[in-house]
Structures are given as structure tokens and as C-alpha cells.
Design a protein around this ligand. Sequence first.
Ligand code: FRU
Length: 460
Amino acid sequence: MTRTKNRGQYDLGYHITPPKGLLNDPNGLVQFKGVYHVFYQWNQNDTTHNTKSWGHVTSTDLVHWTEQPVALEPVDWFDKNGCYSGSAIAFENKLYLFYTGNVRNGLNERESYQCLAVSEDGIHFEKKGPILNQPKGYTAHIRDPKVWQGKNNDWWMVLGAQKEELTGDALVYHSDNLMDWILKGSLLDEEFDFGFMWECPDLVQFNQKSAFIFSPQGLLAKGDEFNNLYHSGYLTGVFTEAGKFLIDQQPFKELDRGFEFYAPQTFQDDKGRQILFGWMGVMEPEVEAAVPTVQDGWIHNLTIPRELKYSDGQLKQQPVAELRQLRQGSPLIMEGKAEASLQLPTFQNEILVEWRKTAGSFKLQIRKNSSIEYDARLNRVEVSRLNWLTGKRETRAVTLKNPLTQLHLFLESSSLELFVNKGEEVFSLRYFPEPEAKTMDISACETGKEPHITLYTLEN
Ligand code: FRU
């Protein structure tokens, strides 16, 4: 990546990070004139959640990123306390950014303005100011416009919202020209009581089905679900021309089972793929303040780009094929070992763990910090790590729908993404191992079911 590097032992290579300060949500994902653009929520000044701008990187291959000048800065009356999250549309040689202007008025009350900025070169943006009015019956917690093109050369927008009775909602708007928008109402017709606020809504269309992805706040932990501070997941269903999403009789499903994943956004690229980036991710404030990279002047990263597909009634996430370009030389292969300690040649790795048929129980420990355990009897995957603030071990887990056949890991010096069964489940997390811990250890493997391991070193 063409960007600031060598910022201490926990710096990341192939993940998008801010050059300094704090990064949160991915914004404005788009392919414009062939080039991939990723914008992100960025506090340029320090590693707190104050005044957000839109940081900007571009790429021709989704893997090597070039830093661009900051795209939107909070300097106007309608966004003076933050250019909050939003999306992008490439149309007729122009790039349109839809975002939320966050404002604190003279009484320190919140005001939100849904704004537009336009660019011809994809680098310099002209702000057009607010394009929507505050709707009746909603609080000022209304933000994160996501726009997509309809079937009739028209445009749709979903907006994250909070009703006056302090429940989460998503609103739908319609437009013929990207400038003038008409409110259609709530996206869901039926009562769906689910938390106090819905952030970062997104509607992804597949052939027959759609998925409504959103990040509800205020869900209570329930078994293996909803154990982080806030959550991101989806409902499947069908989006109608009336602007309604008719949900299937299936529960909300979390997109990620790890510790750090929030505010994902998708876009369709020129090849027709639906690609997702998420923020890794929302943390309890005291845990966030203790992240070791704060000492190095930066914090947080986006996930790797993931291709999203709908199959077997659910969404599946797979690392985009372009990431294979990062592989260096021939891989290290290990087979038939029930107990082994593998020296990691570097801290940038891609690791495939596979079984001829289905997996037996095992434990995989990464750099004496994180571990992946599988209980074949329960068909359950458990990921744990040492919390960098408390020093205690903490765990997230999921019971799989199908028997385990493959694990696919993307490791960096402080980031881990685990794709289970080709994206049936994903775990994303940060971890901060001791620098001298350089091994991956396999143990407790069921005899006769030892995995086949392929380890690639990735370009830094
Ligand atoms: C989600 C979020 C968005 C908001 C942005 C502000 O993480 O709270 O709802 O637009 O972050 O940075």
C-alpha cells in the first residue's frame, strides 16, 4: 500500500488503515471510471471519535491502495461537527457522495442533515449541502444514506433512523434525478422491534433475493449472539417497487461472529460482484483507548474486501480473488500432524486448513494469543483471544449449520479474519500478541482426522 508505514509492531500491511488518527466506517464504496474508491470515517487529529472527515484511498485491484487527499471535511454549517457515513454513486461521469452532516447547535442539541457532494475527477468534491428535510416522528438520530439505482433508471435511498419512541427504523426515499427525494416511509411494513437505533442500512440485491443489512444498537446478548457492544447483520427478503422490504420468515443473522466487526457497506463492481468492507471495529470505550497502536498515533482498520453471495438461504462472505496476488513464493505445507508447532516466517499470512472429508476436533493456537477450537461432537467453532486491557481470555463461538470442512485465515500482526466453510460463518478480530510469539500450534487433533495445512506468506 502506498501509505505511511512502519508504525510499530502492530502496523498492518494489506488492510486499509488511516495514515494517522482514527478510522471507523467504510463509506462511499464505488468503482468509478474503472478505479475502486474506498472512503472511510476519519478523525485526522487524534485517536478519539471527534470530528469526522471522509478519508480516501483508491485502487485498481482492491489489494494495493493509494492514499488520496481528504474528500470531505466538516467545515460547513450543515456538517460542522462531522461528515458522517454515507455512500457513493457513479453516474454519467460524475461521482455523487451522499453523507450525513452532524451538527451540534447553540444548545448543544444534535441536528442531522443528509447532504450531497459531487465530483468530476473522483478526487475533489463540491458540496451541494442538504437534500432532505428532517422527517416527522423521528429524532435527530437519522443518518448514513445508502443509495442504489432502481430498475427504471430511478434511485432509492435507505436511511438509518430512530423513532420518537426511541426504537430503530430505516426510512426509504425515492428520486428520479439524485437531487430531489420523496419519502416513501419505513422500509419494513411489519413491526420489527429491534434495538434503539439502526445505523448504516444497506440493501443488497441478488438474483431472486435481497438482503437488508444494518447495524442495530441496543440488542441484548442471547447465547452465542449479540455479545459485542453493537451488532451488524441482515434479514433476507424481497424489495418491492413500492419501496418496501418484505422479509422472509428467518431471524436476523449476524454477519460476523468475532469481536470486531461493525458498520459494513457493500457495492456492486463492474464485474457485477457484490463486495463488502466492514470496520474492525466497534469496541467498549476503555478497550478502544487501550489499543496498543494508539501509542503509534493511529487506530482501527477496515476488513479485507469480501465477495458477498446469497446461497442456501443465507449470505456467504469470501475474500475477493484478487487477494491471491499477495501470495509470495510457494506455500508451506503440513499434513498428517496431530500436534505441531509451526514457525510463522512473517506476520502476514494466509492459511488454509482443510480436511479430506469433515473435520475432527482440534485446537489451533496463534502466536500464543488467539485460538480456534473445534468440537466435532457439537459442531461448534470457538475463537478466543487475550484481551489487551484486562489480560483475560475471552471467547466468541458459533454452532455450524454444516460439518466443518475448511478454515481460511487472513492474519496480520494485529488482525485476524477467519472464514469458516467458505464463508458460511466469519470471525473478525484484533489481537496484540507478544513480539516474540511467532508460532502457530496445533494440538488435540482427533486421530485420523489431521488437517492439511497450506501457509502462504503475504506481501507486506
Ligand atoms: C457507525 C456510525 C454511523 C455514523 C458514524 C460516525 O459506526 O456511528 O452511524 O454515521 O459512525 O462516525
